[in-house]
Structures are given as structure tokens and as C-alpha cells.
Design a protein around this ligand. Sequence first.
Ligand code: ZN
Length: 664
Amino acid sequence: MKSRSCLLCVVVVFAGWLSGCSTKGDGHLHYGPIDESARRPAGLTGENLFMPMDLATPTDRRLGSGAPGPAYWQQRVDYDIDCRVDTENDAISASERITYHNNSPHRLDYMWVQLEQNLFNPESLGAKSHAPGGILHGRLTFEGGDHVESITAGGRDLEYHVYDTLARVELPEPIEPGGTFEFEIAWGFEIPPYYRRMGVEEVEDGKIFELAQWFPQVCNYDDVHGWNTLPYLGRGEFYTNYGTYNVNITVPATYTVTATGLLQNESEVLTPTVRDRLAEAMASDEPVWIVSPDEVGDASLRPRTDGEMTWRFRAEDVRTFAFAASDAFQWDACKADVTDRDGSVRAVRVQSLYPKEAEAWSADHEDGGSTRTVKHSIEFYSDFVYPYPYPVMTNVNGPEDGMEYPMIVYCAGRKNVRGMQGVTDHEVGHSWFPMIVNTDERRHVWMDEGFNTFINIYSRADLYGKPIDFERHKRQTIEVARSKNRQPIALPPDRMWNRWVGNLGYRKTAMGLVLLRELVLGHERFDTAFGEYVERWVFKSPQPDDFFRSMEDSAGMDLGWFWKEWFYGTGGVDFAVTDARLAEDGESGYVTLKNLGEVVLPVPYRVTYADGTTEDHRLPVEAWASVNTWRAVFDAKGREIAKVEIDPEGLIPDMNLRNNVWKR
Ligand SMILES: [Zn+2]
């Protein structure tokens, strides 16, 4: 940040205003607030943006500082799943034992379970309410959905009622605070052809299955909403509990399976050669072939090729579980170095599994290679946000465009290196938001997509060795503000206009955090506060108000005006400079700044003097509390002013750049 020196000027402005030395209508030039009858900056509901923000009342669970309190609790759910993939008929048959830990101080009389596969029934809420171009791509002909065979506990059938993607399960007896409840579900479904998040694809060497949103999962019961029962409509992703997963996946012996977690039976499903190569990869900074392009389908790299094999995975402290299986995978891996908080360095396995069609992914690609990208992302975000806590990260290329799960991501893009890098970096970035900071994605898309898109800006700058680039974020922020169909970031994603999910949930949110870091708070204050937010909520579930409170408390700045206008408001930004001149004392300079938009921000401006020298100044946001025109003063040392430019570094998504420069 270059414009720190201007704070002194601000003090001068305020001192002058408060002491009444500025005059009006007396022929002298007046500085400070101009035209006090002008409208005040207003938020969405017409209230003044500087009104104290109405946040949720703090409790012992969620403190006024934005930190989790001594009484914070969250539920825990463990899953033991057996599933079989019918690769001929593209179907899953499975059973699970769910162990529910009631860590709440409440007695639970019933339970809600997600049956997300029901989205793929053509009569589902999601199928009926989503526009073409949405999650289902307008394809409503596939007759999918969960076939629940039984829900039982202790050998007894439990009564349950299915409502679209939800099932209400009646409990045989209440689960007391601190109690646990075990029950079993048996189910199956036909795997949808490609929609989003999962599907099947035929490639030259075989088939690729990507599974997600595939098992009945208990809804999150929390202290804010009780049971979170927003249905799965396709766009809103997850809000689930952490737990331990033991998942056994049975596939034909010619298939390779990769999944959330660590493989528990390597000696059964991998040959000694493959295991040796994996060990070699854990000592290498460059990708090592585990299954090279020439070895796809090679029987000598398999314990056997007839019948079926069961791959056993275990994952701890994850919020869901996904897996991919194929007989067409090439496979390469290396290590990423993660420095933990105690300074010790830990090797994480980073790997990619992809068909030969994915040329940009190849470990042999000159300037590509998926695993190199994964390694960069894991190392960069571990340093920039929080040490990656898991032992592995896998990138899979198959039918899905781009989707994140714990320790595994699905990314598309096969020929274009930049495309592959962009999607991969984004999906791996989700390991931090929402896999580590577990937010309610079904309500607050911005807390995961937006935060992730924000950190992606810095990761890409680092990857390519270039300055941060947020032009697209700026452009998309402006596009919504200019539209007749303006909506706020805070809208749940399934209620948002399809086209705006990217603009608002991803780009405008990221743009807002860039403004906070680069303009409002500065790097030091922002990084401390944002880091504190992450530290406080690692493996916990913050709500929006916890984020707002935590940022203000840690940065030591009232940002209510910003949260209101940026996350709940729909206004656009338009600052203008209309005049600049030397004052009568022949020493001071004046510049007249106007806020013609609906959003307030500090306004950085650069003064160029006739002698060619330049100075950066800044009008603080407080100047806009009551008026929309301000004449700011600075020490020009008697130099003639040749030019004044608002926002010379191009940080602000200003809708009208034509009024941002004043020239003599
Ligand atoms: Zn994303």
C-alpha cells in the first residue's frame, strides 16, 4: 500500500471541519463536506450504511469477538460403508452403518437424512425448478434416485418418510445429550449419465466413474438452525458434520480406485512395483509415474485381472466422502512439503489419475502436468492460509467439470494447460474453504466459493510470477450492479439467478476481500484478521456474523458499512473527481471528490504536479457518512496541480471511469 501518508491530510481535513474554520458562502474556498443536503449513502433498504449493523446476539457458543465460545458444540457422524460398483450397468448397491454422536445439549427425537441422488428423479424439486444451463443441464430424461431398501436400528425397521432429497427418520427413542445412536441404511441407485458433480464417461481405454453425493448422509443439526434441511436442488453444495469414514469399494479387478482418505489394503490391491513407485514419489519433488501411459491395462501391474477386488479407504475429520474408479487411469504422484505450525515439515502425497486424452495433465507435458499444479496449490495455500492437514490430495480427470471433496477433486480440461491449472488450483483451494473451515454452502455460497476465489487470485499470481489479476472479478461485479436484475451476494445459491452465481458468489465476494486487503485494511491488518478467522474456525462451522465479527474484532475496525453494502446490498460504485486547485494561501491543494454511486469506500487518488512529481493521497470512508461531495485538502507545497486521478492502481470496480481523472 502506497497511500499511507495521506492519513495526515485526513486529520487536517477533520480538524478544520470540526473547529469550524472552513467557511461557506463568504467567497473563500470551502473544504470538507460539501452540499450537506445531498442524499446520504444508503444500503439496500434505504437505511444509512453507517447505522450499527444488526448482528446475531452473541452467546457462549458464538462470542461477540466472532470466535467460537466455551459452549461451542457440533455434532459428529461416523460412517462405515460397503459399496459395489456395477460397471456394466452403471449402478451402485451399498449399505452403511451410521454412528451419530449427539454432542449438543439437546435431546433429539427425530433425525433428518439427505438422499441427494433423488435430485436425479425427473420429478424432483431440483429438476422442476432449475433453469436450463443449471446443474442438470436441462436434462430431465434420466430416471434416477435412491432406492432405499431399508433403514434399521438394532435389527428393527425404523419408520421414515421421504420428501424429495430429504428423509425424516423417526427414532426408536430420543438421543440424549452426549448419547450416540447407530443405525443402518441399505440402498442403491443407477449412476446418472453426466450431469454435474458425478457421472460416467467412456474414454478410449475404458470407463471413468466419478461418485459424489452418493450415500445417505445425516443433515447437520446446529445451534443456529436446528436441523439444516435445505434440500439438494443441485447448486447449493454441502453443510455436513465431520466424522470418520471407513469405506469399502468393490470393483472389477481391472479397475483402479481413488478416494477421500488413505488406502488401507495396499498389499491386496497394488502390486509391489506400484507400491515401490508410490514410495519413490514420496521422496520426489517431480511427478513419478505410478502407471505410465504405456502401462494402462498392463496385467503385470495388477495383483490379478479376473473377478472383483475391494479397495478399503479410511478418512478422519472429513465432511463427506467421494471416490473415482476407472480401468483407463494413468497415474503419477510426488510429494508436497507442508510446514506445520510448529515448524516441522510434512510430506503430503499429491497425485493425479487421468485418461490418456488428458494431454495437459501428463507428467511428461513440458509446461503442464496436473500433479505439479496440485503441489503448488497445496504448498502455497498451506503457507498463505493454513497448513494442509490431510495426508493426500488427488486430482481426477473425468466427466465432471470441476468439483471439490476432501482430499480428492474432479477437474475437467484436457488439452489446455492454463485451463487445467485454473480449475485445479480452484478445486484444491476448496480444501481450505469449506473442507477445513466448514461453512453452510447451501445457504452461504460466498463463504466457500468467494473465499476460495479470493485466495486463488494470490495463488495464480505466485504460480505465474505476475501481479495479482482481478480484472474479471471487477468486470463481473460491475455487470451485476448495472443489470436490471440486481441481486445480493447473501442470497442462497439455489435462489440466485443462475447467471449471477459466478458473478456474486465467486467474483464479487473475492473482489470484496481484495478491496479489504488492498484498500481498506492493508496487508498486515487484513492478513492478521483473516488468519485469525481461519485459526478460530478450523474444523468448526462459522456463520456469516461470526466472520463479520471476527474480522472487525481482530482488525480493530468497524466494517459494518462494508458488510452491508457488499454482501447484502446491490449497489454499484462510481467515484468522480470534478475539480482541483491551489488554495488562496498558495500552498495547499484542494480536490473535489464526488460519490455518484450507492457504495462507499475510501478513495485513493494520485496528484500529479506541473513539475512532473506525483503524490498519493486518500479520502477515508468516514468522509461519506453524511454527504456525497467532499473537498479534500493536502499540502501541495505551492506546486501547480496538473492532474488528479482516482484509484490509480485500479483496485475499485468503478462503473464509470470517464469521471475518474481531472486534468488542468
Ligand atoms: Zn468452487
